[in-house]
Design a protein. Structure first.
Length: 262
């Protein structure tokens, strides 16, 4: 593990009005002493609220690709708002664990279905995301490995769970230590804090307090820690996982490290 240094609350956050958890994954130090390059790969919450000014900023930053990890219903209900000139390519890559669709979460709660509001549920969801969606993570990493696709951003709804898993797999591939991976995961709580207040209020109206809602609305460490343990126990190393479950090859792994580390 690498030693974590003190960083701002939301480091490398891109100042967009319509996306609060849009941030650069560059700047982390790998165990070999190299650093992840800045300005190439980003993670975010959903992009359905982007303003015209936000879109112009993405154009100025020369973004090439957006990977949308939300379920089909999430994408249909709140489509990403990207520049209409086609300068940024949108690639839908839906990730859904069984019958759990975040687009229907509030509907389930209104109907009295609340058993899934637990850490254990999300620990299982993270494991399912890892085991069942290797080809999706592989597709994102393959896109990242090609410089012509960069800068690239991948996102889900809150930018913390599915996006967090994708970010973790990328940072592990680049040799970033787990201390910094957890630190990056934690930053979603700070970036999303203001946006979450009205959502907590909606949960309160349904009789659900903040502690009960937290496993879903926050980015607790426990599901990610359990996923990392499952990855080591089941697959051994990140390379073994990506080669056996994500459909990548050694050349792609080498390209990721060569292109993203300095």
């Amino acid at each position: 593990m690498t030693a974590s240094t003190s960083r701002p609350l939301c480091p490398q956050r891109v100042p967009l009005s319509g996306a609060v958890n849009f941030r650069d994954l560059g700047g982390y130090r790998a165990v070999d002493g190299r650093q992840v390059k800045r300005g190439l790969v980003f993670r975010s919450d959903h992009l359905s609220r982007l303003t015209t000014e936000d879109q112009q900023m993405l154009q100025r930053l020369r973004f090439k690709v957006v990977c949308d990890l939300r379920t089909v219903q999430e994408q249909q209900r709140q489509p990403d708002l990207l520049p209409q000139d086609g300068s940024i390519r949108l690639i839908p890559l839906p990730v859904q664990a069984g019958s759990f669709d975040p687009a229907l979460a509030i509907d389930r709660l209104r109907s009295g279905d609340r058993d899934w509001l637990s850490l254990d549920f999300f620990i299982n969801v993270y494991q399912q995301y890892l085991d069942d969606f290797g080809p999706v993570w592989g597709r994102v990493l393959r896109l990242i490995a090609a410089p012509a696709n960069l800068p690239l951003v991948f996102h889900c709804t809150g930018g913390k769970d599915r996006t967090g898993i994708c970010a973790t797999l990328l940072l592990l591939t680049l040799g970033v230590g787990e201390d910094d991976i957890f630190l990056d995961h934690d930053h979603s709580n700070a970036c999303n804090a203001e946006r979450l207040q009205p959502i907590y209020a909606r949960f309160a109206d349904l009789g659900i307090g903040p502690e009960q809602a937290a496993p879903y609305l926050q980015a607790p460490r426990e599901p990610l820690a359990a996923m990392l343990t499952h990855l080591r126990t089941t697959y051994g190393t990140i390379d073994n996982y990506l080669l056996s479950r994500a459909g990548l090859d050694e050349a792609t792994l080498a390209a990721l490290r060569a292109n993203l580390l300095e």
